[in-house]
Design a binder for this molecule. Structure first.
Ligand SMILES: *Cc1c(COP(=O)(O)O)cnc(C)c1O
Length: 389
């Protein structure tokens, strides 16, 4: 079986370093925050070219604290893409505000900048672009709109560690920016973890207070906060893994290029697949790297009209896949009270029905990639011949 991700393979490649780092934490008993977390915060801020990084307990906590630290409160609205992991919107809600959805761009999968202004009301305070699947949203038009309407831009970079926008690392460009270190992310901890990254000293101070019971000094609590602290072991593991991140991202990019080469002709009589503009019949749409972006392929996502059948075909061929995400956020039961219907965000809904994530992780072998591509091609072939009968 070809797994969707293989965290054990990655552990084997860094076992000595990681075991030593975890051992240090256990020996020092610095289980919560502490030296290893501080060292990671400094290293990750430097990697991103940002002034501050504050480690927190998850990516979801990072979004919630970033939203709150930007001054968003009850009654406020925050713009989020309709196609994202649920947590982006959920964290806006747990911060007390209301998520307002914006449809997706059909090629980049990220928030469509041309649809943002129509969603702005007098209550809007912030926009959260999500760098979905590892490719940056088109940030310049978003910053321009935000400046005109006096909104904070909060990047959700949970899938984009090391991804570039016009040559600059994402997750350090908005007012407050969020990362997840969930184990399967490009930079993953050995448990839960996240961070807020910012150049704004006041935002950093607020996040530091909020993550630790509103306290900077033991038993003195300046505000009501949370227990959203990052663990020492996670700091130690992340410090080891950060040194490998660029190399791992390069491997992902090479795997994506190989998939592209092998799949370009799959299921498409017109030769349009792979250019992102083809949606005829059984054609397969491949991911496209936008000119402004350096994609780090957290996920390698294709689209097909026959997504469910393709997924079953791949499972039967021993290829594990995923769907990110099958239900757009505005149609989730949890947001029924917002009163959305099918048809409100047509592009997000179309993607939810068509996207399929193929195996993608740095340790994927050339033989595995070829077997995945062969399985995809054999499906496309059977579809085409069926269509001819
Ligand atoms: C993973 C993810 C999150 C949440 O991160 P957790 O660490 O799982 O809480 C938020 N937004 C996006 C886009 C994600 O992919």
């Amino acid at each position: 079986m070809i797994p969707f991700v293989d965290l054990q393979a990655q552990y084997r490649s860094i076992k000595l370093e990681v075991d030593e780092a975890i051992g240090r934490v256990v020996e020092s008993a610095a289980f919560i925050l502490g030296r290893e977390v501080e060292a990671f915060e400094a290293a990750f801020a430097e990697y991103l070219g940002a002034r501050f990084c504050v480690g927190v307990s998850s990516g979801t906590a990072a979004v919630q604290l970033a939203v709150t630290a930007c001054g968003v409160t009850a009654g406020d609205e925050v713009l989020v893409p309709a196609n994202t992991f649920f947590a982006t919107a959920e964290a806006v809600s747990t911060a007390g505000a209301t998520p307002v959805f914006v449809d997706a761009d059909p090629v980049s999968y990220t928030i469509d900048p041309t649809k943002i202004e129509a969603a702005i009301t007098p209550r809007t305070r912030a926009i959260i672009p999500v760098h979905l699947y590892g490719q940056s949203a088109d940030l310049d038009p978003i910053f321009e709109i935000a400046a005109r309407h006096n909104l904070s831009v909060i990047e959700d970079a949970a899938q984009a560690h090391g991804s570039l926008y016009k040559g600059r690392r994402v997750g350090a460009l908005g007012r407050a920016n969020c990362f997840s270190f969930y184990p399967g992310k490009n930079l993953g901890a050995y448990g839960e973890g996240g961070a807020v990254v910012t150049d704004d000293a006041e935002v950093a101070r607020r996040v530091r207070l909020l993550r630790d019971h509103g306290s900077e000094q033991k038993y003195r609590h300046d505000i009501i906060g949370y227990n959203f602290r990052l663990e020492g072991i996670q700091g130690a593991v992340l410090n080891v893994k950060l040194k490998h991140l660029d190399n791992w991202n390069e491997l992902r990019r090479a795997h994506a290029a190989r998939y592209h080469e092998l799949l370009s002709a799959a299921g498409d009589g017109e030769g349009g697949a792979g250019k992102g503009d083809s949606d005829n019949g059984g054609a397969l749409m491949l991911p496209q790297e936008l000119p402004y972006a350096r994609h780090i392929y957290h996920l390698y996502v294709v689209q097909s009209d026959e997504r469910d059948a393709l997924q079953q075909h791949l499972a039967a061929a021993g290829v594990q896949t995923g769907v990110h995400y099958p239900v757009p956020v505005h149609l989730q039961p949890a947001y029924a009270s917002l009163g959305h219907r099918a048809g409100d965000y047509p592009e997000a809904e179309r993607q939810a029905a068509r996207v399929l994530s193929l195996p993608m992780f740095p340790e994927l072998t050339a033989a595995q990639i070829e077997r995945v591509a062969e399985a995809v091609r054999s499906f496309a072939g059977s579809q085409l011949s069926a269509a001819r009968v």
